[in-house]
Ligand binder design. Sequence first.
Ligand SMILES: [Zn+2]
Length: 458
Amino acid sequence: MTLQPQPVDRTLWFEAALLPDGWGRDVRIGISGRRIVSLEVDVARSPADEGGGVALPGVANVHSHAFQRAMAGLTEARGPSDDDFWTWRELMYRFLDRGGPEEIEAITALAFMEMLEGGFTRVAEFHYLHNDPSGAAYSDRAEIAARIVAAAQATGIALTLLPVFYAHAGFGGQPPSYGQRRFINDLDGFADLVARCRTLTADLPEAVVGAAPHSLRAVSPDELTAMPALAGDGPIHIHVAEQTKEVADCLAWSGARPVEWLLANAPVDPRWCLIHSTHVTEAEWRGLFARGAVVGLCPITEANLGDGVFPAVDFTRAGGRFGIGTDSNVQIGVADELRMLEYSQRLTLRGRAVMADPERSTGRALFDRALAGGVQATGAASGLSIGASADIVSLDTSGVAFAGRSGDAVLDSWIFGAPTGSIASVWREGREVVRDGRHIARDGIEARYRKALSAVLG
Ligand SMILES: [Zn+2]
């Protein structure tokens, strides 16, 4: 299932649009093929114009494990002991026993579709489910990667594919456990996988391939040194310092905290995106900032898992960059992630509007930063400018939540005050893939997902 080619040469008109230099009013965007070819402001709507409401550039989702969408809401019970990960792990094991390529593609397509409906136009898929349920490599090592590419094609979302290198159960090169059998690779196998991912995405417009060492638990120092070359020109993403146990284990292994260890031993630079980085000292976040790396914050998942709170206010005031990711995909939406990010900071700091800056409201500052951090972390541009891919999200501002709002107050009202469903349309490469809040292929994608879930959970 692949979406039809996009129409060429059309115009969209919006009452306002967030352009690279700020808000424009009465904006007409001309599209030819996949790209924005003209921008006019202060022009009246003409009968041929499509669109309406307020236009925003599409934001990149910097961190997703799409298949985990299927577990949302099923992992909220406690086990017989104090183990609060019990239901999550039980369900994960059942999924690993039963989820084949068909099911994974169906679940991934649902997650990607919901990302588009939630305002994300690109996803960095942190892909670690490589092997078959027995733990053997598929005859095509990139079988599951191919399914992710197919899901991107079926939904129209732009893809930054991050094949994950995963080899160990813990710090110091511990051998992998049975539960990790579907993730495991050696360096030769991984190099083949990355090469296959490049071939698979060669015909996918604007696809990016990078490399993702899973974490310092799962990758040895020697293996980590191989990653930048394998990533080529693409980004390098790694999970780091998500939970306090990881920090304690890293200290016991190396005498250094996880981010401290990475800064001292890896060539961290603007190509790197450090996912979570939740538990960092001031010296560590200042080090990250100095190296120009992006922090990949996943506020809803971090809240769902009880990870902790990254010091985002201090970090961004110093000039640090972040992107937002949906990670476990328990809930999917740009506004939802930004709201959770701000509220987690407010609860920690006991203050209001903490991520705002003197020039910009909270919503505007959050949105601008997530947009820029997403561009850097996924290796692909986004923005409403001539020559850019026509990746546009429109808000339906006819709802009461937007009454009397203009400028940054539209973003603030969308993030903090509007009901879900305020996104009207999403254009990807000039093609309207979400219309009236629904993906154009939703019915088929949903039906396939329901069938896959009965196979996995039934
Ligand atoms: Zn993750």
